[in-house]
Design a protein around this ligand. Sequence first.
Ligand code: 5AD
Ligand code: SF4
Length: 437
Amino acid sequence: MKKFYIETFGCQMNVHDSEKVVGTLLARGYEQVEDTAEADLILYNTCSIRDKAEQKVFSRLTELKRHAKGKTFAVLGCVAQQEGERIFDRAPHVNLVCGSASYNQLPQLLARLESGERRVTGLSLDTDETFETPLTRRDNPHRAYITIIEGCNKSCAYCVVPFTRGPERSRTASSILEEAQQLAAAGYTEIQLLGQNVNSYVDPSNPSCDFASLLRQVACVKGIRRVRFTTSHPRDFGKSIVDAIDENPVLCNHVHLPVQSGSSSVLEAMRRLYTREEYLKRIEWLKRSPRNIAISTDIIVGFPGESEKDFEQTLRLLEEVEYDSIFSFKYSPRPNTPALSLDHQVPEEEKGRRLTILQEKQRGIQLRRNSELIGKVEEVLVEGFNQATGQWIGRTSQNKTLNFTTTSPGEGSLIGSYRLVRVTRAGPNSLVGESFN
Ligand code: 5AD
Ligand code: SF4
C-alpha cells in the first residue's frame, strides 16, 4: 500500500482543503503516515500570504532533497498556484503542482503520476466548480469546517489571495445544509463556516439567500450547538448578521472583522473599500448587541506610505474597539500585487518597532477584556486535557481558551462535552476557572 505524508501551512481554508485531500487519498487506497521517511508521497499544502510562509515550503523541500529517491513530491495550495511550473525549476524533485482551485482534478493528476508521468500540474483558476467531496477526513471529532464560498473578488493592494484562490464561487445552501446535517448525525456539535469573504455569500440557486439567511438556517440544524464563521470583510458585513447572532444563541458571540489599519488614508491605499468611520459603525452594531460579542481583527503594520501618524491611529483604534484578540503582521511585499510598486516602503526595522508597540498595547487590552469575565459563568466545549497542569482545556462561545478543573475529578474524559465553568482568573491570552456541573 502506498503511504503519504502531508503538512499544511496557512489558514483554516488550507487546513480544511488538506482534510479533503487526505480523504481523496485514503479513498484511492493510500495510507497516511506521520513521518516523511516512511512516505512514498510527500505533500505540502502551502501558503503564500507572506514571504516567510512561502520560504518555509522551499526550505522543507530542500531539507528532504537528499532523501528524495523513490519518493513523489507534491506542492499544493497557494504557493503552487502562485509559482506554477517555476516550482520545478526551484525544486526539481517535485512531481505534482496543484493550486486549490484545481483540487477537483486531484484524482486524475494522481492517476497520471501512478501511471509513471514525472511532472503533472493543475493550475487552472477559471474553474466554476467548488471542491466538494464526500471523502473529507476531518481532524477534529467535534468541530468541523464547512467551506461555503471559495475565492475572493476583492483586490486589496497587498494580497495574493485573488491570484491564488481565484474568483468567488458560492456553494448552494442546500448542499451546505446537507453537509451540516450529516456532520450533526456523525456527532459533530460545532461547525465553522469558511470562506475568504463569507459575507459576500449568495446561494447560486437562490439569490435571495444571503449570508445572514444561511447562518440562520445552519443554526437550526438539529444537533449543532455552535456555529462560527470566518473571514468577514467589513465592506460586506451587514447589520443583518448581528441581528441573526442576537436572535440565535447557536451562533457564537464572536466576530472576526479584519480592519488592517486604523487610518483611512492607509485603508484607501490598501483598497479596502471602507473608511475608519465605516468600520467603526460595524463595531458599534456589534457592541450594541446584548450578546457580548467578542471581536477580533487582523492588522498590517508598515504598509507602504504608513506614517507615524497613521500608525498612531491604528493604536487609537485598538483602544476604541477594545479587541478581544488580534493577529498582527509586518507588511510583506507579494508578487503580482499592486502594492509592490508603491513608493515609500517602510524599513523592516521600523515595521518591527511598530509591531512590538502594537502587540504590547493589545496585551494590556486583552488582559482588561478577559478580567471583565472573572466571576462569570461561561459554557465551554472541552477540547483537551493538559497533563502538566491537570486542567481541562475548554473554548467559550467568544472563542476564548478557558482552562478549568472540576470539583468531581476522576469522572473520565470530558473531551467533546459542554460544561459550565465559573471564571476565577484571567490572563491576556486565556482564562482559568472551575466547572461545577
Ligand atoms: N503582508 C502582511 N500581512 C498580510 N496579510 C495579507 N496579506 C499580507 C501581506 N502581504 C494579512 C492580513 C490578512 C491576514 C490573513 O494576513 O491581515 O487579513
Ligand atoms: Fe495563505 Fe491566503 Fe492561501 Fe490561506 S488563502 S493559505 S492565508 S495565501
